[in-house]
Design a protein around this ligand. Structure first.
Ligand SMILES: [Zn+2]
Length: 813
């Protein structure tokens, strides 16, 4: 399974009650942060080889020359002197001009826009050293509200919505040309898919019919048969059939969650992975009381119970809508949730899933078969049938073949739970109920909007949104999921040029270089580990904007060909897309990993690092203002997108990324000493971030550790790269100041960083993020990071021990 970390555009902001006592740790290595120019003292430099000038030589030399020769020599010396003085004067004038330039104001439309956006968000009545979040985002928070259909709002989401609006315009104007209808075209398929999603009349008229047809065609099973399932017999055959068809044809797997992806220990090749069961609610935490983990957190327990109760109510309503009576729907969903709770208890928590080396185990197919034998599932034929879709590459797995599992113990426990249910005549139907109910939930976004309306109370409880998203917004996102590169081709043509790409590459190159230089200064990591880290950095690949194939019409179309969309068949279109993607995924088995593939589409406002490929990726969607613009002061680009670039590079060296080597293979390249020091330093971050709280709930500093390491590394690297950039390109037009803002460019760097994180979030979304999001909430991303930054304190002349400049600072990269 490809493990990738992303920068994430799902942000949160809330009241942060900083702990009364901030962590006490001295800044260790302040010197590594200083890039003082190494002035060479001419007099002392190489003193031993400097010879004293002897006046006697000159006298003898001159006496030996004719009068004319002496005259010419003196004239030459005089002329050279005049030339030198003139040169000095011109040079000084140029230097003065440069100094003047740096005080000049940038008045391009891009500068005026970005300046206005930043200024209108600031609360300058607050001291930056006291609360930098309020200083940069105070007015932004007052002036914005969370729009309908959203649970949070931020500068990032504003950009994301701008991208969606742009695509809406493009898709709605895309002409149905004769040519597009004659030849298969990815862009036109995207248009048809979008239209089918917007065609609510047809969708409503069809009601649950498409679902009924789907069940009949695939399982020879009607909704009515499911409603009246015999609750006193065992259902192993139906279980085996459902598992096989859903897994192989559509990629749905609720217990045997089989995926194909790179082998973390041999990352060039794709292999089989078995992950943990999927639950109706995203996280196992919703099902488990804190007492199960020997903790006591009554508030979180109460909140999770409300969510579980809402889930039960919503699910019962959905079941009634498709034909169950009230009594049966409630009884059966309660049984499903009790079953899910048993699965949740044995599932691995996020903290364990975040440890690559502790979630990689090889299991032979024989072992897997032994676990599923009592359930009448033939693992060999299941996998062989699923994988044999390419006649030119026949596959025959036997008992010696292996799969990668998260934990052998987990596999055993899941099998035991399944046996306890499936082989018990009173409980067997609960497993079937669980599968079919999960399937309906997964397909419901392509069915009547009644499903959405019935599910809304759960969305409201989970995220706190006041209404469903607007239909067009929902449909653009769905189209992006189905035809992301077709849409990406249209998007990048409109907003992303080659010059943008080149400038982004330049920024990345400068920040990478800084990671390398910074490593040289580090004393906690020994030479051996340092040299491995350098190798890894050197081999890290980068992708910017979009995959090149989207500009090649033939290749772009090849990706989607074979499944033509129909404008009034939204449900079937969704099924075709599922089949297409499942087939693509299966064909990867035992093939080399395609390193040109992307995990995000071009319009996405996000970025990521993939450990198994050792690559950083920045879609065109995030290479837009306020993150990036080619015509604004470069300090802003370094502050916003630069810190994101630094964040992704640092992921290669966070507590998870460090387990992978330069080739993306999980292999320990650390000496014991360096690793001990690494872990000591990460403890500092865990303690620092665990001391932050939101809406009365403490942040889990262990869960957010990787992201916090990346945030801190990202800010520091980008700042240092910006300083280096200034030294190299003093006369660059991009060092102009912003109109209306009385801050120098170093200060603007930090302001742009914080501005890119201004956000609002509902209380429910805060709770959701604390449970599900590996990132710190937005406000803490700002405060936590700058509190560790010596450069921030210097730039804003913060007094020692001011709130944003605590004496204890955490440092890793
Ligand atoms: Zn990240």
């Amino acid at each position: 399974m490809s493990r990738y970390k992303h920068f994430d555009d799902e942000l949160s902001t809330a009241d942060v009650h900083e702990a009364a006592v901030l962590p006490e740790l001295d800044v260790d290595e302040p010197n590594q942060l200083e890039f003082k120019p190494q002035l060479r003292n001419y007099e002392s430099n190489g003193a031993s080889s400097t010879k004293k000038f002897n006046m006697n030589y000159l006298k003898i030399y001159l006496l030996r020359r004719s009068r004319l020769e002496r005259f010419l020599m003196i004239t030459t010396i005089l002329l050279l002197f005049i030339l030198f003085v003139s040169f000095l004067s011109v040079y000084n004038r140029q230097q003065e001009k440069k100094a003047e330039r740096s005080e000049q104001i940038c008045l391009t439309p891009a500068c005026i826009q970005v300046s206005s956006a930043i200024y209108s968000g600031m609360n300058e009545s607050v001291e930056p050293c006291d609360d930098f979040h309020e200083f940069v985002c105070g007015q932004w928070i007052k002036k914005n509200i969370i729009p309908k259909g959203h649970s949070s709002w931020s500068t990032t989401k504003e950009l994301s919505r701008k991208n969606l609006i742009l695509l809406k315009g493009i898709l709605e104007q895309q002409v149905t040309s004769d040519e597009a209808q004659r030849d298969f075209s990815a862009e036109y398929e995207a248009v048809k898919f979008y239209r089918s999603c917007m065609n609510v009349n047809d969708i409503e008229q069809q009601g649950v019919q498409p679902l009924e047809k789907f069940l009949q065609e695939n399982f020879n099973f009607t909704l009515n048969q499911w409603i009246h399932i015999d609750q006193n017999r065992t259902w192993e055959e139906q279980f085996a059939l459902l598992t096989k068809i859903l897994l192989s044809k559509y990629g749905f797997s609720y217990f045997l969650t089989i995926a194909i992806g790179p082998d973390d220990k041999n990352s060039s090749w794709n292999v089989l992975h078995v992950n943990q069961p999927q639950l109706g609610l995203d996280s196992r935490d919703y099902y488990i009381n804190s007492s199960t983990n020997n903790r006591s957190d009554p508030e979180t327990d109460a909140r999770n119970k409300i969510i579980r109760d809402t889930y039960i109510k919503v699910a019962a309503d959905v079941l009634q809508y498709i034909g169950f009576d009230k009594n049966q729907s409630e009884k059966r969903i309660n049984n499903i949730v009790a079953f899910e709770t048993e699965l949740a208890i044995v599932s691995l928590p996020m903290e364990v899933l975040q440890k690559p080396n502790e979630t990689y185990f090889l299991m032979s197919l024989k072992q897997l078969q032994d676990l599923y034998q009592p359930l009448r599932v033939d693992i060999y034929s299941l996998l062989n049938d699923m994988l044999n879709i390419n006649a030119s590459n026949p596959i025959k797995l036997d008992e010696n073949d292996q799969v990668i599992v998260l934990s052998i113990d987990l596999m055993l426990k899941v099998s035991k739970i399944l046996q306890a249910y499936l082989l018990n005549p009173q409980k067997s139907h609960i497993v079937i109920d669980h599968i079919l109910f999960s399937l309906i939930f997964d397909l419901s976004s392509h069915l009547s909007t009644t499903f959405e309306q019935l599910s809304f109370p759960l969305l409201k409880e989970l995220y706190g949104m006041e209404s469903l998203p607007e239909r067009w917004e929902h449909c653009i996102k769905e189209t992006d999921g189905a035809f992301g590169y077709g849409l990406g081709a249209l998007y990048t043509k409109a907003v992303f040029g080659e010059k943008d790409r080149q400038q982004a590459y330049e920024l990345i190159s400068n920040i990478r270089e800084m990671f390398d230089k910074n490593l040289d200064q580090m004393v906690w990591i020994d030479e051996q580990s340092k040299s491995e880290a350098k190798k890894k950095l050197k081999k890290m690949t980068e992708k910017v904007g979009y995959p090149d194939f989207i500009n090649n019409r033939t290749k772009l179309n090849e990706r989607y060909i074979g499944h033509s969309m129909i404008e009034n068949e939204y449900f079937n279109n969704g099924i075709k897309v599922l089949q297409r993607e499942r087939r693509r995924s299966i064909l990867k088995f035992r093939q080399k990993v395609d390193l040109t593939d992307w995990s995000m589409t071009p319009r996405t406002v996000n970025a990521y690092y993939t450990s198994s490929a050792n690559e950083i990726v920045f879609p065109a969607g995030i290479l837009q203002p306020p993150f990036f613009h080619k015509d604004i002061p470069i300090s802003l680009n370094y502050g916003a997108i630069g810190t994101v670039i630094g964040h992704e590079i640092t992921h290669g060296f966070d507590d998870q990324g460090r387990e992978y080597d330069a080739d993306g293979n999980m292999r320990s390249w650390w000496t014991k000493l360096a690793l001990d020091n690494f872990e000591e330093r990460t403890k500092c971050f865990v303690e620092q971030y665990s001391d932050y709280a939101l809406d009365g709930q403490a942040e889990n500093g262990q869960r957010t550790l990787s992201e916090n390491i990346a945030d801190n590394g990202g800010l520091k690297l980008s700042y240092l790269a910006y300083q280096k950039h200034k030294q190299r390109r003093l006369n660059n037009a991009n060092d102009l100041r912003l109109p209306g803002l009385s801050y120098n460019n170093d200060q603007l760097f930090f302001i742009a960083f914080a501005h890119s994180w201004c956000s609002l979030e509902t209380r429910n979304a805060i709770h959701y993020d604390l449970i599900n999001d590996p990132h710190s909430p937005a406000r803490i991303r700002i405060i936590g990071t700058i509190s560790n930054s010596v450069e921030f304190a210097q730039t804003f002349s913060c007094q020692p021990k001011s709130r944003m400049n605590p004496s204890k600072k955490c440092h890793l990269w």
